[in-house]
Ligand binder design. Structure first.
Ligand SMILES: Nc1ncnc2c1ncn2[C@@H]1O[C@H](COP(=O)(O)OP(=O)(O)O)[C@@H](O)[C@H]1O
Ligand SMILES: [Mg+2]
Length: 313
């Protein structure tokens, strides 16, 4: 099991990761979801002992990232975001080099290479130069390199970024198959990707943990709120519409934005068991606002993601 405790990383005055606490259960595929700049790569670099944390700790199968970096390096496989390019090497030579670098025993190297080549679907590319392969196959080589030491814990940083849709499907399938035998932490900024591949999802934004749950529970959790969207025109010298709406029973959040045509858009969060649309519309009209639109919104997981991430502001 992997235990991350209050992990933080500051770059100068920039807080890249802030007080992150979570666990990865043995055997699960955990999705690490967040927009660009959320702190995914920084967290992964700390877990792989490439970068010391500013504070906090992490334990990987009982080993501490600060005390036991040699043991941890043996236990993990890592596909970095920007994999170092060995474009001039043949796939075979690169994998042999990786196996040596990772301390695979000499008498086990051939078996290890045969295994990863088969697993990653590289038999046809075995003798080719890496630079001549498509991006999808280069990523397969990266994954093959990451599992050559038969790691218990595999860390994949945005493994499908920059691939075409067909390659994405292939790589996702490969990750699922590899993940059936080990513990995987996979980062992505694409929600459908993590909900397809992962058992659980951790959402982070601006270095902070926002939610941890199964894709299904995450969907259920947010379903427990209804969002009413309202578009209205504001008369001169009107009262604050936000204050008015907060007074309605069951309303837990009100967001106001001004549209480009100077109409107002409001997003009102409430409990789903009560439909507050009539109460809202009568309040709006009584106070002299022009009601242009009102409807309740069902959230998709994609919306939930945006909602969670923007709620940070
Ligand atoms: N080496 C670095 N020096 C300074 N700031 C960095 C460095 N690496 C990342 N950052 C900053 O830390 C934050 C988190 O970045 P990163 O971990 O790469 O996020 P993600 O992988 O989720 O896109 C960003 O604001 C980024 O600009
Ligand atoms: Mg990154």
């Amino acid at each position: 099991m992997i235990k991350v405790k209050k992990l933080s990383k500051l770059y100068g005055y920039t807080t890249a990761v802030s007080d992150l606490t979570f666990t990865v259960e043995k055997g699960e595929i955990l999705g690490f979801l967040g927009p660009n700049g959320a702190g995914k790569t920084t967290t992964m670099r700390m877990l792989t002992c490439f970068l010391p944390p500013t504070s906090g700790t992490a334990e990987i199968f009982g080993f501490d990232i600060l005390q036991d970096s040699m043991e941890i390096r043996r236990l993990i496989g890592y596909l970095p975001e920007k994999a170092p390019s060995y474009h001039d090497l043949a796939v075979r030579d690169y994998l042999e080099f990786s196996a040596n670098m990772k301390g695979v025993r000499k008498d086990k190297i051939k078996g290890a290479i045969d295994y990863v080549v088969e697993k990653c679907g590289l038999s046809g590319e075995f003798k080719q130069t890496i630079g001549n392969l498509s991006k999808g196959y280069q990523q397969r080589v990266g994954i093959a390199q990451a599992i050559i030491n038969d790691p218990e814990f595999l860390i994949l940083d945005e493994p499908t970024i920059g691939l075409d849709p067909k390659q994405v499907v292939g790589i996702r399938k490969l990750i699922k198959s590899i993940g059936s035998e080990r513990t995987v932490l996979l980062s992505s900024h694409i929600l459908p990707e993590v909900s397809q591949i992962c058992d659980r999802i951790i959402i982070i934004s601006k270095g902070r943990l926002i939610a941890v749950d199964s894709p299904e529970n995450l969907r259920q959790k947010l379903k427990r709120s209804t969002f009413t969207i309202i578009k209205l025109r504001k008369p001169d010298g009107s009262v604050s519409i936000t204050d008015l709406l907060y007074r309605i029973e069951g309303v837990s959040d009100v967001r106001e934005t001004t549209n480009s045509d100077s109409t107002i858009k409001l997003t009102v969060k409430s409990k789903p068991e009560m439909d507050i649309r009539e109460e809202i519309s009568s309040k709006i009209i009584k106070n002299g606002f022009g009601l242009l639109e009102i409807y309740n919104e069902e959230l998709t997981l994609e919306d939930i993601f945006v909602q969670l991430v923007t709620m940070e502001d």
